[in-house]
Design a protein around this ligand. Structure first.
Ligand code: PMP
Length: 292
């Protein structure tokens, strides 16, 4: 029987993730000082695990610490989590924090990172939205500038996304579009964004302030292999408002059509969004159940 969520914290398994805990002196809790990955598993296997582990290590190195486990050890840990979870399809959340230390932001008092792995069931959006699309509004908040902590670092500081997601909900939308200080479109709160105009698919470059999404890269590769042109191109709001179609990509969300941006309706799902959804579904391990 599948359980709702289980967790492993520094070597100890917990049958219910809700009761697993870390020290109140963990700098991940005190300062958001840590990194994480969200990883899907389908048909019992982690999807694109290598890319996630690589990004986790890059994020940690940007924060001046190393993930204290090899790729082989982390892959084994993921496999054990999936087995213990008991369902072939689900979601893994892997976190590495700076670890326990003294009060004070400087990380020098933290002796070793804390590692956490959670396995859970996940459905970010109701199945019907994979057909009808999500409504997106532009957030009043801006993504951090690249000369602060760049959004490529997948750190435990998610407050811009948290507030933008709350803002979207308060405004009756499903998702929020985040711009940078120059007005360039970056991404949504936990997903990358793609636009389609006259048959050309485009997505904002990471340099605008987007996470280098694993699903983003995977979908770009799938579309290009299918003969569809995809550009990484700076986009501003009028590009979004005049798109023929648009969609989101993310580990949790997979590929989701956008029905409207700031109240302007789009074709959802348009033909290229539909194609991206099909190609993505076909790329999953056999027997995987896709949302929608
Ligand atoms: N942007 C942000 C801010 C994210 O947190 C995520 C991950 N949910 C994404 C984009 C999508 O990245 P990925 O495809 O690697 O999940």
């Amino acid at each position: 029987m599948a359980r709702r969520s289980i967790a492993w914290v520094d070597g100890v398994w917990h049958e219910d993730a809700a009761t697993a805990s870390v020290s109140v002196l963990d700098h991940g809790l005190l300062y958001g000082d840590g990194v994480f990955e969200g990883i899907r598993f389908y048909a019992g296997a982690p999807f694109l695990l290598h890319a996630h582990l690589r990004r986790l290590r890059d994020s940690a190195r940007c924060l001046r610490f190393e993930v204290p486990a090899s790729d082989e050890e982390l892959a084994e840990l993921c496999a054990e989590a999936i087995e213990r979870f008991g369902d072939g399809d689900g979601y893994l959340r892997l976190l590495v924090t700076r670890g326990r230390g003294q009060l004070g932001v400087s990380p020098h008092t933290c002796e070793r990172p804390t590692m956490i792995l959670i396995a859970a069931a996940l459905q970010l959006y109701p199945a019907e939205l994979y057909e009808s699309g999500v409504d997106v509004v532009t957030s009043a908040l801006r993504r951090a500038a690249p000369d602060s902590l760049p959004p490529q670092v997948k750190s435990l500081n998610y407050l811009t996304s948290v507030l933008a997601a709350a803002e979207a909900r308060a405004r009756g939308a499903h998702e929020a579009l985040l711009l940078n200080a120059a007005g360039e479109i970056c991404e949504c709160t936990a997903d990358n964004v793609f636009f389609v105009r006259d048959g050309l698919v485009s997505t904002p470059p990471v340099a605008s302030g987007a996470l280098d999404g694993i699903t983003r890269g995977h979908v770009i590769g799938l579309l290009r292999a299918d003969g569809i042109e995809v550009a990484e191109r700076v986009a501003v709001l009028p590009d979004a408002w005049t798109a023929d179609e648009a969609f989101l990509t993310g580990t949790g969300a997979e590929v989701v059509p956008i029905a409207s941006i700031d109240g302007r309706a789009l074709a959802a799902p348009g033909p290229l969004t539909r194609r991206a959804q099909q190609l993505f579904a076909q790329s999953l391990p056999a027997a995987a159940a896709l949302n929608g």
